[in-house]
Every structure is written in C-alpha cells, then in structure tokens.
Design a protein around this ligand. Structure first.
Ligand SMILES: Cc1cc2nc3c(=O)[nH]c(=O)nc-3n(C[C@H](O)[C@H](O)[C@H](O)COP(=O)(O)O)c2cc1C
Length: 213
C-alpha cells in the first residue's frame, strides 16, 4: 500500500539561499555534530612545520583507505595546510584527544606560513615513515596520508581526499579481541560542536546491525 506523507510536521524551513555569511556556517556546523577533528600536520616551504585543526573532516572509504578534509581560503588565498598538501602531496592526521585539546585550539590561530606551530605551542615532533610529513608525537593515533584527489570548491577552498598509507598507534591503544577495533574509551577523542563547543565521549550505545531472515 502506498504510504502518504505525514502532515503533522511543523518544521520551520530555512531556505539556505536566504541565509548569509556566518549564519550559514553556524547553522550547518551546529547541526552536523559531533564532528571529528583532523589535526593536520604538513611541511611548508623550506621544510617549516605546519599544524592546524579541521573539523570538516571525515572517513570516506576503507579500500582504498580514504579520508577527506575540506580546507578553506584566507583572504582569497589557500590556508597554509591546503597549500602544503598540494605542494607536498602528503599530510598526517593526528587524532586529537582530551590532553591535546587546548594545544589543538591554539594551533587554529592565523599564524603566518613561516610560523612553526609545533614550536609555538610546544608539541613533540615525529617524522612519518611512509609519507613526507611530520606528526604530533604525543598523539595516540596518527594517519599518514598521501594526496589522492583534490576537488576545487571555488570560494570554499578545496576538498582534499587523502589515502591513508600507514596508521601509527600508541601501544596503550589495544584492539578489541579478535578484531582491529581500537578501544574508543581508551582513545578519548575530542569532537567539535557549534562555535567554541567541543564534546568528549558520552555513553556508548551498542546496536548490532540487523540481519534479514
Ligand atoms: C576545531 C577547529 C576546526 C576547524 N575546522 C576547519 C575546517 O574544517 N576548515 C577550515 O578551513 N578551517 C577550519 N578551522 C580553522 C583553521 O584551523 C584555521 O584557519 C587555521 O589557522 C588554518 O591554519 P593553516 O593556515 O596553517 O592551514 C578550524 C578551527 C578549529 C579550532
């Protein structure tokens, strides 16, 4: 039997072409929550280290293993992370945990390209082994990525898709028995909400996938 649409909804419908600037950003980023944070480390010109957080970040596929990050422009010029990824074809994604939260936030300031954010906020440096990029040595998990594709987003910068060539894990991060599932409770990731709000892991709810009989 054909089902008819419900007429009980009294949603307020916002036409996005009638919303401008910061309002658009706030509307989207307070609804698509919580967002994981890709703390992206790269080499810039003359080998200067660069580090900045991005929450337009997501997992894309497992084989090939892909992640995406959308990086904007500043005064019409690509942000340093974007320029560096395009130049070096490589970057690391450092998983931000509770302890790195404040330093992650500090690295989001508008530093000039010649400022090494590792030095500026006092973070230990590691050198990736499969790609040409540095990483945050005290992060418990790091994805070493190679540039896979760039999708130009016009005014919004670029969507970068990276192929994960290596995963570095701190030995305290155990897999759950018989699997490659990292124990998220030990990882303690930080995720972003709208504006300056962040969240840590709350209750974990288990929902096994349904099987059709
Ligand atoms: C938690 C967090 C998430 C952010 N997410 C993004 C993002 O997804 N895209 C973006 O362009 N900027 C984002 N920013 C802003 C950049 O981190 C900021 O512009 C930074 O200065 C860029 O550094 P860079 O020029 O070294 O690349 C975010 C900032 C914070 C604090």
């Amino acid at each position: 039997m054909k089902r008819s649409p419900s007429d009980v909804s009294d949603h307020k419908v916002i036409h996005t072409d009638e919303v401008e600037g910061l309002d658009r950003y706030q509307l989207l980023t307070s609804l698509v929550v919580p967002r994981p944070i890709g703390w992206i480390s790269t080499y810039g010109k003359d080998g200067v280290l660069n580090l900045a957080p991005f929450s337009f970040f997501s997992a894309v596929a497992a084989s090939p293993m892909l992640v995406s990050v959308s990086i904007g422009t500043r005064a019409g010029v690509p942000k340093d992370s974007l320029q560096n990824i395009l130049d070096q074809k490589a970057f690391c994604v450092n998983i931000v945990t509770e302890v790195q939260g404040p330093q992650m936030n500090e690295t989001s300031a508008d530093f000039p390209p010649e400022q090494d954010e590792f030095e500026r906020v006092g973070l230990p440096i590691g050198l990736a082994t499969r790609v040409n990029a540095p990483y945050v040595a005290n992060c418990p998990a790091i994805l070493e990525c190679e540039l896979f594709r760039e999708l130009n987003l016009g005014n919004a910068g670029s969507l970068i898709v990276g192929e994960v060539r290596a995963v570095r894990l701190d030995p305290t991060l155990q897999f759950k028995e018989g699997s490659f599932l990292v124990d998220t409770k030990v990882l303690k990731p930080v995720a972003r909400l709208g504006g300056p709000e962040y969240t840590l892991l709350g209750d974990i709810v288990v929902m096994p996938r349904p099987t059709l009989k």
